[in-house]
Write a protein that binds this ligand. Structure first.
Ligand SMILES: [Zn+2]
Ligand SMILES: [Zn+2]
Length: 341
């Protein structure tokens, strides 16, 4: 059989998009994904010159694909994109992720904001911290990541934090929350969560990109990333089962997943999502209570709240990445010119 050709230009195709009934070449596949990302950013009011976006990049396929696409948009629209990598100190796994991210940012010519949690957590990685706290590793990990992402976004005066969650992730979290009838969790899984009570806005530019296409994009564009999975990731989780289930439905009804997410997000607005209401009296981070969970947990484990130290470490990582001398104050540090490559 002849190799399928791109529906737009006739070049050899790299992908067949069932939901669009279209084969695409590498270039037009890229265009297709860029349009999806642009759509989310436009509706969030972020597709404009000077918009400042922190891109949380783990070194996995999704966030690496996301950063590559955002870098392209920063060239065409003048967005300021700041890749942030958090080294969680999970042994070799973290080392591999970090190397992948370093290769990717150097290829894109972007400065990397690198935060190593060990430096603040008295030499502990997230697993040791969680063990000492007697809490599940993944929940502590999520808490640390949220804390660092928000601190970095505040130090940069960023408009939003972009994460690599894809369409399949969003569906899995929405359906899981629906099963538990957790309205608050459900409302979180929109393409955009506006800033609220001191928490920086969140944007999920891959909201309408299927997991398999995020992976394929990374492969056909030779984007550095690691396939490795976190050793603490739960096997056979409810999320995995929901993903499988929706992929079977998608087989029978191409476009079902995107249709579901569009109807879901159209029906809801994020206005009603209750954000943190206070500022932590110790570190100043947005917090539900008087003291934030990072300060509370670090105090219990290490004898003193480490929020202020973590915020300093993050501010230093920002300054280092942007080449601003330490002590020049927090806030809107100027960025090196982007889009020269
Ligand atoms: Zn083409
Ligand atoms: Zn705090």
């Amino acid at each position: 059989m002849a190799r399928p050709r791109c529906a737009i230009c006739g070049a050899p195709a790299v992908v067949y998009l069932r939901y669009a009934r279209m084969a695409l070449c590498r270039e037009h596949f890229r265009e297709h994904l860029l349009r999806r990302v642009e759509g989310v950013l436009t509706r969030a009011g972020l597709l404009r010159r000077g918009a400042r976006i922190v891109a949380a990049v783990s070194g996995g396929k999704d966030s690496s694909t996301l950063l590559d696409l955002l870098a392209e948009l920063s060239r065409s629209y003048g967005l300021q994109v700041y890749p942030l990598h958090i080294d969680l100190g999970i042994g070799e796994y973290s080392a591999h992720l970090r190397r992948a991210v370093e290769r990717l940012v150097s290829r894109l010519g972007l400065p990397l904001i690198l935060v190593e949690v060990r430096r603040v957590l008295r030499g502990d990685g997230v697993p040791e911290f969680a063990r000492r706290a007697g809490r599940p590793t993944c929940s502590v990990c999520g808490m640390v990541k949220r804390y660092v992402m928000n601190a970095a976004a505040e130090a940069l005066g960023a408009d939003a934090i972009a994460t690599g969650h894809n369409a399949d992730d969003a569906i899995a979290y929405i359906v899981k929350a629906f099963i538990g009838q957790d309205e608050e969790q459900m409302a979180k899984w929109l393409p955009y969560t506006p800033p609220s009570g001191g928490a920086v806005a969140r944007v999920r530019p891959l909201y309408e990109v299927y997991e398999r296409y995020a992976l394929l994009y990374a492969i056909v564009n030779r984007i550095p990333f690691t396939h490795e999975e976190c050793p603490y990731r739960a096997r056979n989780s409810m999320e995995d089962t929901i993903k499988e289930m929706f992929n079977r439905l998608e087989e029978q009804h191409p476009g079902l997943k995107i249709g579901f997410l569009r109807r879901f997000s159209k029906k809801r607005s994020a206005e009603g999502v209750p954000g943190p209401v206070n500022r932590c009296r110790i570190c100043g981070a947005p917090s539900q209570g008087e003291v934030c969970s990072f300060c509370r947990l670090t105090e219990r484990v290490y004898g003193e709240p480490l929020g202020p130290e973590m915020r300093r470490a993050v501010a230093e990582a920002v300054e280092k990445a942007l080449g601003v001398s330490s002590g020049s104050g927090r806030g809107r540090a100027s960025a090196p010119p982007q889009g020269s490559s």
